[in-house]
Design a protein around this ligand. Sequence first.
Ligand code: NDP
Length: 246
Amino acid sequence: TGQLYGKVALVTGGSRGIGEGVALRLAEDGADVAVTYRDSGDRAAEVVDRVKALGRRGWAVRADAADPEAVRDAVRRTVGDAGRLDVLVNNAGIGVLGPLAEMTPQDIDRVLHVNVRAPFVACQEAAAHMAEGGRIVTIGSCVAERAAFPGSVLYGTSKAALTGLTRSLARELGPRGVTVNLITPGPIDTDLNPADGPAADPQRALTALGRYGLPWDVAAMVAHLAGEGGRYVTGAEIAVDGGFAA
Ligand code: NDP
């Protein structure tokens, strides 16, 4: 802890779930933290209050990830308010589950816009502002590593695209000393995938550890990559999945 003092992080979708856990963990490590949200303004404000209670600066920025200009603007506002940007965490994401035949063009656009275009655009804008030592961490999914069940064809397509983004961008930004990595979580207990939901038991059964993870588990890996321990890690895909893809 304390290793991120003086650094500024932006976490997309930081109002709930994994993003909330990441925002708080980075603040515990000393970073000032901006979070974006779309609907949960009150929750985002609570996260910011908790960041401030840790003695750090915090900002909540409403930015619909489906809108590339809003995403770009959230990065610019963070740099404007905080004076710099050291860590970008592309976390906001959605799932539309179902068979191939049921995916409408609207579903396809929405999922690709939020899960792929938004991280792409956020990387573009963030990279323009990051100095040596910058860190980009994107949240993918274990489903792109192991498509264990039918129904994730669209979600899995979107999450697999993040591998290409991560690897190519690691090559492009490496010479500038900016690292780019992908975390692929397994089942994590959030509103999106509650550990007591109807789809929970089959997921739990496919992990090696036989249980769900918590947002904290993903946040700990983000903090590691964002800190000194992550300085020689780039272009990597790191599973935090309880062994789901093993
Ligand atoms: P939640 O649904 O619990 O939280 C999603 C967060 O993203 C909220 O803060 C939400 O904010 C925000 N968000 C959603 N849509 C938008 C949007 N259009 N614009 C801006 N913010 C948005 O999800 P999780 O925490 O579970 O998931 C976070 C990430 O982790 C996602 O990328 C997901 O795909 C991935 N993941 C999750 C797993 C799990 O088991 N939970 C497993 C593998 C990957 P608001 O409420 O304000 O809209």
